[in-house]
Design a protein around this ligand. Structure first.
Ligand code: NAD
Length: 260
């Protein structure tokens, strides 16, 4: 149902972003990938996505901690497709430290990547969406856009900021055929999460099961990780015609985390 539409997903060379790209391609969308990775792997991913969609898939480089990086990525996408019909601002990073010891460069980088790059990508994509009278903006926020945890000041502030940005866009674009929403996962099973297990086992003297249940899933009542494909399925639904009146929403997918 997305044949002829172009979709840009930031931070889509792994994890949740890659799952969005694969799901959108499976519905026929042309894909713009962004993120870091080996050149040969990026080329392989683009080939795979184009084969899936029967359309085009390109890589648009850009370090999104820098405004110029976001602008360069958008310029590549707009030059190739004329407009970005579906924008998923997904790239993000985390740093954990008490607020009075929070490294200021980490604060700046997290706000830049998790929040400012989403603003800049929207700013540059919206004119094309308005011209076509159709668009979908989706932010990967987090359970931390709805609730907080200690020692994650920059991440929590940035993710709450995304929720506010989506609401503002929803109002500004309400009559333009463009929706703006957040998806807010709890712990998602990505390589990043999996790779933290051995270190945490060592640091805390715990078994794999203890790390999963007592550390990672302690606030996730279902005691299950969300899967990247689950998140992508919700994003696909938000792209459907039937979702045209869902705007300014923030859907949590967190095994019950924020229900507490
Ligand atoms: P990931 O580390 O697997 O993927 C991150 C992607 O962003 C990669 O493609 C990476 O290359 C790219 N990236 C990193 N820094 C970048 C930069 N400066 N410029 C451009 N691209 C950059 O992470 P993930 O777990 O898939 O997370 C994706 C999003 O989901 C993030 O915004 C994260 O905050 C959010 N999220 C993740 C979880 C989780 O449990 N994994 C939970 C809630 C929210």
């Amino acid at each position: 149902f997305l044949k002829g539409k172009s979709a840009l997903v930031t931070g889509s060379t792994s994890g949740i972003g890659l799952a969005y790209a694969k799901a959108l391609a499976a519905e026929g969308a042309d894909i713009v990938l962004n993120g870091f990775g080996e050149e040969s792997e990026l080329a392989r991913l683009c080939d795979e996505l184009a084969a899936t969609s029967g359309g085009r898939a390109i890589f648009a480089p850009g370090d999104l901690t820098k405004r110029e990086g976001t602008e360069a990525m958008m310029a590549t996408a707009l030059a190739e497709f004329g407009a970005v019909d579906i924008l998923i601002a997904n790239a993000g990073m985390q740093h954990v430290a008490p607020v009075e010891a929070f490294p200021v460069d980490k604060w700046d980088a997290i706000i830049a990547l998790n929040l400012t790059s989403a603003f800049d990508a929207c700013r540059l994509a919206i004119p094309g969406m308005k011209a076509k009278g159709w668009g979908r903006i989706i932010f990967t926020a987090s359970a931390h856009s709805l609730t907080a945890s200690p020692f994650k000041a920059a991440y929590v502030a940035a993710k709450h900021g995304l929720a506010g940005l989506a609401k503002t866009l929803a109002l500004e674009l309400a009559t333009d055929g463009v929706t703006a929403n957040c998806i807010s996962p709890g712990y998602v099973w990505t390589p990043l999460v999996e790779n933290q297990i051995p270190d945490t086992m060592k640091a805390r003297g715990m078994t794999r099961e203890q790390v999963i249940n007592d550390v990672m899933l302690v606030r996730q009542p279902t005691k299950q990780f969300v899967q990247p494909d689950d998140v992508a399925a919700l994003a696909l639904f938000l792209c459907r015609h039937e979702a045209r009146n869902i705007t300014g929403a923030n859907y949590n997918m967190d095994g019950g985390w924020v229900a507490e």
